[in-house]
Unconditional design. Structure first.
Length: 308
């Protein structure tokens, strides 16, 4: 059983929100009704993961299929290098790897005896990647995720909730109790940054040099200098933010409790906040290639169609 203290980010959503079989919403096309926690693009197709090892593949068109994950562990995060190669992590310290765009997966790691769920995964290329999770768990792979080596990146056991990297070699880690780390050498070494808030952070997004750092009770901060200084995003509201993504055009979309959705195209300098009518908690948001917005959360998946 997962330790109670490990409630946070997508993991907290997985443990605190009951799976909900809700009716379709007028705000968009309902594509599934099981608890889903994260989504990523594999080429033009979206791959989403959630409770009991569930994997769904689809997109704007509304035709969705179920992938074969080979696990019943709740999956908390997914990342793709290209249209075929990707990884997913979750409870029981599980790490999955796919080479066919999410249709089938192999288990690279499983350690239920550790009681340390993994909460995020990120790869800099097809070979080198990182996974982070509860109680300071940090893992590194140099062979495309086939094998993983544990590393210690902080002295205490605070939870590592989110990873965000880029082609410039900067890699950021955000977590509980104001934890914020930066590596300027591609993850080889880390240094602590001065965080703008000493509570828990559940996510961190990168759009070039702009960073968005988010967490409890509407805390949303932006940095234009790789985390050296931070300022609040005034339009953030009061909902806890759980996840989000940045599109190829630099648009960032965040998702949170109460059906809250926030969109910004300028790194948080200005933002638009709204709430979905069903007010269901959301843990991930992903802009689809056709312009629709894919939202994941306690009521499964919903696709909001692109404006005409």
């Amino acid at each position: 059983m997962t330790p109670p203290r490990a409630l946070g980010g997508r993991l907290g959503a997985a443990l605190l929100l009951a799976a909900c079989w809700a009716a379709p919403s007028r705000a968009g096309v309902r594509t599934d009704t099981h608890l889903m926690l994260d989504c990523a693009l594999a080429g033009a197709r979206a791959v989403c993961v959630g409770e009991r090892g569930r994997v769904l593949l689809g997109g704007d068109g509304g035709d969705w299929a179920e992938g074969r994950s080979g696990t019943e562990a709740t999956l908390t995060a997914v990342f793709f290098h290209d249209e075929r190669l990707g990884w997913a992590v979750g409870h029981d310290g599980v790490i999955l790897r796919t080479q066919d765009g999410g249709a089938s997966w192999t288990t690279a790691r499983s350690a239920p005896e550790e009681e340390k769920p993994l909460l995020d995964v990120w790869f800099s290329d097809a070979r080198r990647g990182f996974a982070a999770g509860a109680y300071g768990l940090f893992l590194e792979s140099s062979d495309g995720g086939a094998t993983w080596t544990p590393r210690k990146v902080l002295e205490d056991d605070r939870h590592l909730n989110a990873l965000a990297g880029g082609a410039d070699g900067n890699l950021f880690v955000a977590g509980e109790s104001g934890l914020l780390l930066r590596s300027s050498d591609g993850g080889r070494t880390f240094k602590a940054l001065q965080a703008p808030y000493q509570g828990s952070y559940f996510g961190l997004l990168r759009a070039g040099r702009d960073l968005l750092l988010f967490g409890l009770r509407g805390r949303l901060f932006r940095s234009a200098d790789l985390g050296r200084t931070w300022g609040p995003v005034k339009e953030a509201g009061e909902a806890t933010w759980l996840g989000g993504s940045v599109g190829p055009d630099g648009e960032a979309v965040l998702a949170g409790y109460g059906g809250s959705v926030l969109t910004t195209r300028d790194g948080g300098r200005t933002a638009a906040l709204r709430q979905r009518p069903d007010a269901k908690a959301l843990s991930a948001a992903l802009r689809l290639p056709g312009g629709g917005l894919l939202l994941a959360g306690e009521a499964g998946l919903a696709v909001e169609e692109a404006a005409p």
